[in-house]
Write a new protein. Structure first.
Length: 190
């Protein structure tokens, strides 16, 4: 439960309302083949050790960004606030930790679909406590980093399938995942 101090001021423009977001339905798997023109990150060149380091390096940057007074403010009605991106990233850490575990424990699992936009609304990302999200990012970030750090070389090619048919290996899952982490830091200017 959040306290009133973390809720956006009712006098603020509609940019603070959580239902203005246009869902992102793009297939971002292309980031495995070329650098992202928005954030500049070249995910396809990242090693699993890079994934671990980038996740661990991202957490204090998120915590710093979420501590700013404007963390709950959207830059425009169609763009998440840093708080919403932080809550999403926290959940990305968990979702990809589960996906990695399933790839290591079974042969070619199919990942359950995850509607990030529905989750943002259902979990009310816009009104969560930025300090709580910062703490949770530290826990979930370390958990997923530890899981990726424990992967052995002979597990890098284990397969997994997204519900849309996209095929990943443990390595490409890590690369795809860490692009999301890096990209969202770029989104919030951290």
């Amino acid at each position: 439960m959040t306290d009133d101090a973390t809720l956006p001021d009712a006098t603020l423009p509609d940019a603070t309302l959580p239902d203005e977001i246009v869902p992102d339905d793009k297939d971002w798997t292309w980031v495995l083949e070329r650098p992202c023109p928005e954030c500049g990150f070249d995910a396809g060149r990242a090693s699993l050790a890079d994934v671990v380091t980038l996740v661990r390096d991202a957490v204090p940057r998120w915590q710093e960004r979420l501590a700013r007074p404007d963390a709950t403010q959207r830059p425009d009605p169609a763009t998440w606030s840093p708080l919403e991106y932080g809550a999403h990233t926290r959940d990305v850490f968990d979702v990809f930790g589960v996906r990695l575990a399933s790839m290591l424990e079974s042969d070619a699992p199919e990942f359950a679909s995850w509607d990030q936009d529905a989750t943002a609304l259902a979990d009310d990302y816009a009104h969560q406590d930025p300090a709580a999200v910062a703490r949770e990012l530290a826990v979930t970030g370390e958990r997923v980093a530890t899981r990726f750090a424990a992967v052995s070389d002979d597990q890098l090619d284990r397969p997994g399938l997204r519900s849309n048919g996209s095929r990943f290996t443990v390595l490409t899952l890590g690369q795809y995942f860490v692009h999301d982490v890096v990209h969202h830091l770029h989104d919030v200017g951290a």
